[in-house]
Every structure is written in structure tokens, then in C-alpha cells.
Ligand binder design. Sequence first.
Ligand SMILES: Cc1ncc(COP(=O)(O)O)c(C=O)c1O
Length: 389
Amino acid sequence: MTIPLLDSKAQNGVLEGELKAAFERVLRSGQFILGPEVEKFERDLAKLARAKHALGVSSGTDALLLALMALGLGPGDEVLCPSFTFFATAGCVARVGATPVLCDSSPVTFNLDLRDAARRVTPRTRAIIPVHLFGQPADMDAVMALAKKHKLFVIEDAAQAFGARWGDKPVGTIGDFGVASFYPTKNLGALGDAGALLTQKEAHFERARILRVHGMEPKYHHQFVGGNFRLDALQAALLAVKLPRLAAYNAARARHARQYTARLSRLPGARLAMRGDARIAPTVKEKAKLILPTVLPEGGMIWNQYTVRVPDRRETLRGYLAGRGISSEIYYPIPLHEQACFAHLGYQPEDLPWAHRLAGEVLSLPVYPELGEAQIDEVCAAIGDFLRG
Ligand SMILES: Cc1ncc(COP(=O)(O)O)c(C=O)c1O
């Protein structure tokens, strides 16, 4: 049995008729960038996310960049963000000329360690970017409290978490801006690059809307220097086919995650991540062989990834799974504070000990909606054989 990490052919295959109809509609319309397809998608997106405004943009990365530009962040400003995340989070901060202040992560949730972030606030800190990593909401109560105390802007990087909730609030609608990505591996995946920016604030929306088209308003009058962050009509039309199915995709992922946890937690040496883990020194050697992801009671997790920690022999397990036809992935093998492009920031690996350690332990297993029970059985059996072997 071969088990991929993601099966986009299975997901898109059953929608082929509808996707082709959407393509043909755009083909015949002659309007390929922005326009009515994008506007309709934005309205549907805002409704689903309970956001006042949704702006369709070219990618999640561009949504981040646009948010930072709309808030006027630049040279001399510091922006707090996790080190253990996808590169774009901090990359965009550097691209506007601001300084990413990289913070440690919690080994329980894989999200920003707010106590570490609080320690790194200086008079130059202007914003914080919590990332809802793997679909698990960051602790937005703690983020908003820190932001209020120090008058920081909040950009929620919900690239992996569109549709997740913190308490009863959809992520992406709590801070100043929320960023969504529709990269094909996301729970709502386009057939190419696409993203969105969410906001509840009229002034933020207006500024971002104008910046999306080179800061141009009206035509050929440029009030600010913006960029081309426009969404293609084709991607909006294709995404509109999948948007009504997002809740079902998320529910299937959650079902798979529950099955994994129920089965894997019975294996020798396996245990669930616990809140107390955040207090353990990251240098302490872990007795568990397999640590399973936990959902916080406040968090409506959408399981973009089912990520386990393998304190010893992660690479060996990955190779063993590959030998049995099971794909897995390491998100992310090098934390951002150890990346060559950020060497000038002067971090040592052990400055952010959990980010460093998590990069060496994490392994993401297949959790895509179309996964079957027999495949989950096979993944769990293979991990069991490995742990016992
Ligand atoms: C946490 C995070 N932020 C930002 C992005 C950027 O999104 P995109 O790939 O759509 O540019 C991603 C995408 O992988 C991501 O995972």
C-alpha cells in the first residue's frame, strides 16, 4: 500500500465537472484578474470567516507582506514572531525592512511561547505575528493581552488554519489582520497560488485594497508605493467550488486525527503532549519515544498537519515508513533563527531551545481528508512495528 502525504488528485478528481465548468466560465468571461469572480469569492470568504472584509490576494506570502505594508511597518521597527514556522512569516518582516525578533515555541502546541515573546519586547517593538501552526490556534487571549500592554499591531498568520477557531472566534479575525493561504497543501487548496487578507477594520481594509494594486486610486494616481498582490479570477472561481466543502474536509481531518491519537497512544513509549511539557527544560532527555499532538480546550484545530514528536531516531522512523510506502514530512527541519539569511541577527541555536529541539523531533503524518481507515491502520501498524522493533 502506498500512502501519500496529500492526495490532491483524489480531492479534485471528484470535483472535476464543477472545476471545469468554473474554468470555462472564466475563459468565456475574458476577465482574468480581480473582477466579479474574485469579488464573489471575497464575499463568501468573509461570510465563512465572520470577517468584515476579505481581500483576495496572490498568495499567503503576499497577504503577509501586504498586511505589514498596510500597517506602515519598516526600518527601525521590530516584529515578534516564532522561529519555528514557515519562512514567509519572518521573511516578509525582513522584506519591508523591519527586524524579525524570533521567539521560542511551546513544545505542547508548537505555537509561539508568549512568555518568551514578552521578554523580547523593546521600545522599538511595533507588532506581533502569532502563527496558528499546523492548524492549531495560538493562544489569542495571551497574544491580545501582550499586544494591548505594549500597543502592538497583531497580524495572525492563519496560512495553515483558515477555518480554525479560538474559543468561538474564527482565527484571522481577532488581530488587526488575518492571513490565509490557499496553497494546494492547505485545507482549502487552490490549483495554484492564492491567498487572502482578513480584517475587521475599515481603515486597514481600505489601505490594503489600494496597496494590492500598486497603491493606485484612482487609476494611475499612486498615493502609496504598493505592489501587484492581485488574485486571479480563475483561482477564485476554482476555490469557490471547494469553499462550501471546507467544513467537511476539516471534519474528516479531525476524524483521522482522533483515530491516530486513539491508536498511537496505545503503543509502547507513546504519550500525549501535556501542558506541563512547556515547563520542562528543553535540554532534559525525553523518555517517551513518540509524543502525540494535543488540542487545547479553547482551540478549534483544523489539522492541517498531524505532527508527532520523535525525540530519538526521527530520521530512522521516516526512512522506515518510506520503506513501507508511507510518506511523511518534516515541517520544519531548520528553525528560522538558524537560517543563513538571518545570521546577522546574532542568534545561537540554543538561544531558542525549543525551536531548535522541535526542528529535530517533528514528523508530520498523512492526514488529508480522503485518507481511508485502512491507510490509517497501516500507518499506525508501521509505527507500532518500528517502536517495538
Ligand atoms: C505559516 C505560513 N505562513 C505563510 C505561508 C505562505 O503562504 P503561501 O505559500 O500561500 O505564500 C505559509 C505557506 O506555506 C505558511 O505555512
